[in-house]
Design a protein around this ligand. Structure first.
Ligand code: GLA
Length: 408
């Protein structure tokens, strides 16, 4: 996955990051690359799609369980002009790479970032919608390969661009499912719905609790007194499709065994720790650990929602710690870098809760920090983390943001 680099290495400060997304700058960049657009300056549209951070509920989505992500104010934007010729042509502003495809062609997967766009076009057509041609530029201040779902953001931003004004007529959750289909059937990663859901349905100031079986969801406001801080380990998320798909297959294999204990179990969402114990040696140790993570993680999601609603910081700290340990020991998708980042964070005064976030094998941690504590956390991470890992971290305070859409 993820040949999208999208985040120029020199860009470190908040104002650098905001400048990348400036809508007038994007429109100017588009017209500079396609001077025929000058006369159509007023027709330029700018769409955006946020990244996401998951507070808790990891790998539970494809087990019909519960997740608690938030869309964040690091995002991908596309400025475009509609084109009547059925070609989608995009230029990345981070490295000026330009690529295109025809909406009528059966474009095979190419192993590049354009797969997320072409896959979305394919999935939109499969859903009976009509993507349009366009000429556009694409910019991002969302670190790529960081476990913050930049690939889902490309899918959602390109869906909004290719549908034009008709995107407003598609329910955000439906658009999320179309983009998930692009990822599953075209890109070839059997991911769940969490990323596309969070990035389509995001709400300012709130996390979103999704029941991945019924698809019912609700917003869970984040306490005003807590800041959300993402710490990037500086190690690319090494989640290739195969490691992810392997975890998913192990969960399915565990269900097949647990059905002998209770035939009503349809997914790990239905299982309990007692049933895992009752399966005995029929469940080999690896499958037992995978199932244990999913069962305990679903409980942690409900408890985290309750702790956020009660602003119970001690409980939040315990739940994030238990979630991290479960991902490290039972699901086995943490890394020495993620473990080091969490260890440093939890020793910092004002850090309420810290754990790895997203698919695993590198990428980022998510931290809940008392107001004003982000600078203390940054200082501690910059002082302690490079010496332990030899890597250059990034500490990114973020805010829960609205889902994808067109800029006014
Ligand atoms: C990736 C997938 C999601 C989810 C997470 C782990 O981000 O795209 O569907 O499974 O990993 O929680």
């Amino acid at each position: 996955m993820g040949q999208w680099r999208g985040y120029p290495d020199g860009v470190r400060t908040t104002s650098d990051r905001q400048a990348i997304l400036d809508a007038d700058g994007l429109a100017a960049a588009l017209i500079e690359r396609d001077p025929t657009g000058r006369a159509r300056r007023d027709d330029v549209r700018v769409v955006r799609a946020p990244g996401r951070v998951n507070l808790i509920g990891e790998h539970t989505d494809y087990n019909e369980g519960f997740v608690l992500p938030a869309a964040i104010d690091l995002e991908i934007r596309i400025a475009y002009l509609a084109a009547g010729d059925g070609r989608v042509e995009l230029t990345r502003l981070d490295d000026n790479e330009r690529d295109s495809f025809a909406l009528t062609e059966e474009r095979p997967r190419g192993g590049t970032w354009l797969d997320y766009v072409a896959g979305t076009a394919w999935a939109l057509r499969e859903a009976g919608l009509e993507p349009q041609g366009l000429r556009g530029v694409i910019a991002s201040n969302l670190p790529a390969n960081a476990g913050l779902s930049s690939s889902a953001a490309i899918e959602l931003a390109s869906a909004w661009a290719m549908l034009g004004d008709a995107a407003r007529d598609v329910a955000p959750l439906d658009l999320a499912r179309i983009c998930q289909r692009a990822e599953n059937a075209y890109v070839g990663v059997q991911s769940g719905l969490m990323d596309q859901f969070a990035e389509a349905c995001g709400t300012a100031g709130a996390a979103l609790e999704l029941d991945c079986r019924s698809l019912d969801w609700r917003t869970v406001p984040l306490p005003d007194a807590l800041e959300l801080v993402v710490c990037h380990t500086g190690s690319a998320r090494r989640l290739d499709g195969s490691a992810y798909n392997e975890r998913r297959a192990q969960c399915d294999a565990a269900v097949a065994v647990l059905r002998h204990v209770d035939s009503s179990i349809r997914s790990l969402r239905d299982a309990t720790l007692e049933q895992i114990a009752a399966a005995g040696d029929a469940l080999d140790p690896v499958l037992r650990r995978r199932a244990t993570h999913i069962v305990t993680e679903n409980v942690r999601v409900a408890e985290t929602v309750a702790a956020l609603e009660a602003d119970d910081r001690a409980a939040l700290g315990r739940l994030f710690a238990a979630g991290h340990a479960s991902l490290r020991d039972d699901f086995e998708i943490s890394s020495p870098e993620l473990d080091a980042m969490v260890e440093i964070a939890v020793s910092v005064h004002g850090v309420v809760a810290a754990r790895m976030t997203g698919g695993g094998f590198g990428g980022c941690t998510v931290n809940l920090v008392e107001a004003g504590g982000a600078d203390t956390l940054r200082t501690a991470v910059l002082a302690g983390y490079p010496a332990r890992t030899g890597l250059r971290p990034m500490v990114l305070p973020v805010k829960a943001a609205p889902g994808a859409g067109q800029l006014a």
